[in-house]
Design a protein around this ligand. Structure first.
Ligand code: SF4
Ligand code: SF4
Ligand code: SF4
Length: 318
């Protein structure tokens, strides 16, 4: 079974050169990812049929990472960080939540003179220089060498800084779970932030992220950055289309190719809480003040990481 998954992985990665690696057990795209190369996903949104198989697969693959909050929640003083409780709404799939890390956005637009419904999987963009990681005061958000960003639920205090600084406001908080309950239940944080972690553990094992593996239309292609950027430009040229994600926020590791301009898509999609936009985004981390803030936070992050590791050890021993 693992062999079959590996074979599909490399086919979906679209890397012809991987043929030369037949003797190794790990597909080339995964070897690249584990060898510190930036890994990018390309989404050809013309192909998406909105079946939500990716949404379901994400949930199944990541259930063990979802929060199991303790209730009642401790009262916060002062009441600055509101309670966010999605634990009784785990089935919500029409937006991002702590229990739903990808959702299908839809837009009705004119394509080649015909009114067409376009469906688009939305999740974390995995920015090259992610403000959620660089500005997390506790060092809970990390970027792996392959460009995946993830939030460590053992360290996160749920203060939402990552959501505030993310140009798409992707991470979502669940109250009543995490480190704050043990150290500052009434004074800090108020939960843990959750978002797509690009199935980092599956990638480390040479397996595709669940949403890519399951898609019946092969909407997503994954591979090393140079290869995928080339593919994205070739596809955009072929369909006379448009690219989003290559330059936004200084560049991301998620590239959408669309037959209509993203400005049009952005007007047509429903936006708001848990529903990210498709607007142009400047390089937020190019701002010198942000970089300075990140450096000020660094010592706090080190302490938090140590406390988080201790917390994880004590939880494991229970
Ligand atoms: S599984 Fe593929 S076709 Fe179905 S909604 Fe997800 S991306 Fe679109
Ligand atoms: S899209 Fe937002 S949450 Fe994802 S890596 Fe970029 S800044 Fe972080
Ligand atoms: S990469 Fe993994 S965690 Fe991210 S949306 Fe796809 S299945 Fe979910």
């Amino acid at each position: 079974m693992a062999k079959e998954i590996s074979r599909r992985s490399f086919l979906k990665g679209g890397l012809a050169a991987a043929c030369t690696l037949a003797a190794t057990s790990m597909p080339e795209w995964a070897s690249a990812a584990n060898n510190k190369q930036q890994l990018v996903t390309l989404l050809d949104i013309r192909k998406c049929i909105g079946c939500e198989a990716c949404v379901e697969a994400c949930s199944e693959a990541n259930t063990d990472k979802y929060p199991n909050p303790k209730k009642p929640f401790p009262k916060m003083y002062p009441d600055r960080v509101p309670v966010m409780d999605w634990s009784d709404k785990r089935d919500v799939t029409d937006r991002l939540t702590p229990y739903n890390w990808v959702y299908i956005q839809s837009a009705t637009v004119e394509v080649d003179g015909e009114e067409t419904e376009i469906t688009i999987p939305r999740r974390c963009m995995h920015c090259i220089n992610p403000p959620c990681v660089k500005l997390c005061p506790w060092g809970a958000a990390r970027q792996l060498s392959n460009g995946t960003s993830r939030i460590d639920s053992d360290i996160c205090m749920g203060g939402s800084k990552c959501k505030a600084v993310c140009p798409w406001h992707i991470p979502e908080r669940q109250t009543g779970v995490g480190l704050y309950l043990d150290i500052l239940p009434s004074l800090a944080g108020n939960g843990v932030m959750y978002k797509c972690d690009r199935c980092y553990n599956q990638i480390a094992d040479g397996e595709l992220p669940a949403c890519i593996e399951v898609c019946p239309e092969d909407v997503q292609t994954i591979g090393p950055r140079d290869e995928i950027i080339k593919q994205a430009h070739a596809l955009a040229k072929e369909i006379n289309g448009y690219i989003y994600g290559e330059k936004e926020n200084g560049g991301t590791n998620t590239i959408y190719v669309s037959p209509v301009p993203f400005e049009k898509l952005n007007k047509a999609i429903e936006k708001g809480k848990g529903k990210p936009h498709f607007k142009p985004v400047k390089d937020t981390m190019a701002d010198a003040n942000n970089l300075a803030a990140a450096m000020v936070f660094a010592p706090v992050a080190g302490v938090a990481a140590a406390v988080g590791k201790f917390y994880k050890m004590t939880k494991t021993d229970e």
